[in-house]
Design a protein around this ligand. Structure first.
Ligand SMILES: Nc1ncnc2c1ncn2[C@@H]1O[C@H](COP(=O)(O)OP(=O)(O)OP(=O)(O)O)[C@@H](O)[C@H]1O
Ligand SMILES: [Mg+2]
Length: 248
């Protein structure tokens, strides 16, 4: 079976059950969103899938292989990536220079030693394609520190795509981005390669309903429901949850 298959995944921190028997599938081409209140366990789930955290119980298969025992770096090599954080960008370097790093890293040429180096023609071609894909061409030679926050988050996305992932997990890609810039993120997600499997964790419901074709609702570590955006929008329990949160 192609893609991710999560079965019976559980994680506890001490006595606190943060992931409770989660079953979840993500296939090539999927556009899923994971939503839920603060502390529901969304980031924990992402960290279990990417190998940052190890589960208490349960299995994770990718393309039929049990990746449960694998560490994060091995899972990245297999194609499971979570977006970089803005804090991993080099602020004094240009967008183009930042983008060379994951390409060099992926090619096994090292991240830090070569960080000032100009890449080979192939690397420059690949960087140019990423700049084009994420509409960053005009900003290519600007320092990351000079960019608007929404643009920095775009660079972060482009950096992750340079790893050529097959599964991409975005944990709050629009967090901290002013609403005037969220369209940059929404458009970038909409333009991701068709065959990529995408899971977006996000509180911005406008973004969620624009990019997701399926929405999973997590509450206190358990999946409450999964459905199409229409199904989720009209689900009484989900409405109660969000109206409840919104009105104290
Ligand atoms: N390393 C840890 N040790 C102990 N408790 C943790 C740890 N990481 C997370 N938690 C707890 O697990 C619960 C779920 O946290 P998590 O960050 O996964 O939630 P979330 O759904 O991503 O929330 P948010 O929407 O605020 O990002 C919270 O109660 C959190 O305090
Ligand atoms: Mg979180």
């Amino acid at each position: 079976m192609e893609g991710l298959e999560v079965r019976g995944l559980s994680k506890s921190f001490g006595g606190l059950v943060v992931s409770d028997n989660i079953n979840f599938d993500l296939r090539p081409g999927d556009r899923k969103a994971l939503i839920g209140p603060n502390g529901a366990g969304k980031s924990t789930f992402a960290n279990l899938v990417t190998g940052i955290l190890m589960p208490t119980r349960g299995t994770i298969h990718f393309d039929g292989h049990d990746i449960g025992p694998m560490r994060e770096a091995q899972r990245v090599k297999r194609g499971i990536a979570k977006t970089f954080q803005v804090t991993t960008l080099f602020p004094k370097m240009t967008v183009r220079e930042n983008l060379r790093l994951p390409v060099l890293e992926r090619e096994g040429l090292g991240f830090t030693m070569f960080r000032r180096a100009t890449g080979s023609a192939e690397i420059e071609t690949e960087v140019a394609a990423l700049l084009e894909q994420f509409d960053l061409k005009d900003l290519a030679d600007r320092q990351v520190a000079d960019l608007a926050y929404g643009q920095q988050r775009l660079v972060e996305l482009a950096l992750t795509l340079a790893l050529k992932p097959r599964v991409l997990i975005l944990d709050e890609p629009a967090a901290g981005v002013p609403s005037s810039e969220t369209h940059l993120i929404t458009d970038a997600i909409a333009n991701l390669p068709d065959d990529l499997a995408v899971l977006v964790i996000e509180h911005d419901m406008d973004l969620v309903f624009k990019v997701a074709r399926s929405i999973v609702v997590l509450v206190q570590g358990s999946i409450l429901t999964e459905g199409t955006p229409q199904e989720i929008a009209s689900n009484a329990k989900v409405r109660e949850l969000y109206l409840g949160a919104g009105h104290g």
